[in-house]
Design a protein around this ligand. Structure first.
Ligand code: SAH
Length: 253
């Protein structure tokens, strides 16, 4: 059996209870390189085989899993954040399906959640934005034409940009083709939830210089949108006059 497990964004106590239990029981752990906190691997039992997938191909990973399966051993495939976001898990699942090897997925706290937490920010503010776009710049991995950043930027929604800390001059240009301006609030969160975390608030127009001045070119999320400025507007959900399935609003019949 293979368990895909979300390791969370970095801090060792941000893995789920289920993920931690599976890690403790595993005969083999294949972890996703430097984005996984090595402290998590200390939870593995003695004798557990620990492999770093940063130096492996998909074929190597599947071979290691297959060998373990033949010996009746359980593998945890440990991905950073949540495995369902840029985790490259579907290609592994396809191979496992073809080999008849069963698997399941334990979700994790994605870095986009940890980054908002680091800034005490809420992506979905009343009157500001009710949508979060999770995306990336096109790099060596292509992005479908209809999802080009300039197109997504037309919405002016809250945005979390993955895998793009090394492409900030280009990112700025793409964002400015949409609804954002040079002054739109932005932030860089480097290694959210790790001891070396950095939180840098800037604007769309200063993203690249801010990253350069602070030596950030990887393992960072770029957050963009007016949600970073906050709002004084309050939610309907907790308004005294708002009736819900659980609470009758004041002065409502
Ligand atoms: N599955 C992961 C994303 C993997 S892609 C998740 O759910 O978070 C790798 C990218 O995620 C990095 O380039 C960076 O943009 C972002 N990332 C991962 N961990 C991070 C962290 N702790 N802080 C900031 N960004 C992080």
């Amino acid at each position: 059996m293979v368990h895909f497990v979300g390791a969370g964004p970095g801090a060792e106590d941000l893995i789920t209870l289920r993920g931690a239990k599976l890690l403790k029981e595993a005969d083999q752990v294949i972890y996703a390189g430097s984005l996984v906190n090595p402290k998590l691997l200390e939870r593995c039992r003695e004798g557990c085989r620990i492999l770093n997938s940063a130096v492996m191909t998909l074929e190597d990973v599947i071979e290691a899993i297959q060998t373990a399966e033949e010996q009746g051993q359980m593998t945890v495939r440990l991905h950073t954040g949540d495995p369902g976001i840029y985790g490259a898990i579907r290609e592994q699942m396809n191979r496992l399906d073809a080999l008849g090897i069963p698997f399941d997925v334990t979700p994790g706290v994605s870095s986009f959640c940890a980054a908002a937490a680091a800034l005490n920010a809420e992506y979905t503010l009343p009157g500001v934005s009710q949508t979060v776009i999770l995306t990336r710049m096109e790099g060596r991995t292509p992005v479908p034409e209809r999802e080009k950043l300039s197109g997504l930027a037309r919405h002016g929604s809250s945005m979390a940009v993955f895998l793009s800390a090394g492409l900030l001059p280009e990112l700025e240009k793409e964002l400015l083709k949409g609804a954002y301006t040079e002054e739109t609030p932005a932030a860089l969160v480097y290694k959210a939830s790790w001891p070396e975390e950095k939180r840098l608030r800037c604007t769309v127009g200063t993203l690249a210089t801010c990253a350069k001045e602070n030596g950030i070119d990887r393992t960072a999320l770029v957050l963009v949108g007016d949600f970073l400025s906050g709002t004084e507007e309050r939610s309907r959900l907790y308004a005294p006059d708002f009736t819900t399935g659980y609470r009758k609003g004041k002065n409502q019949t």
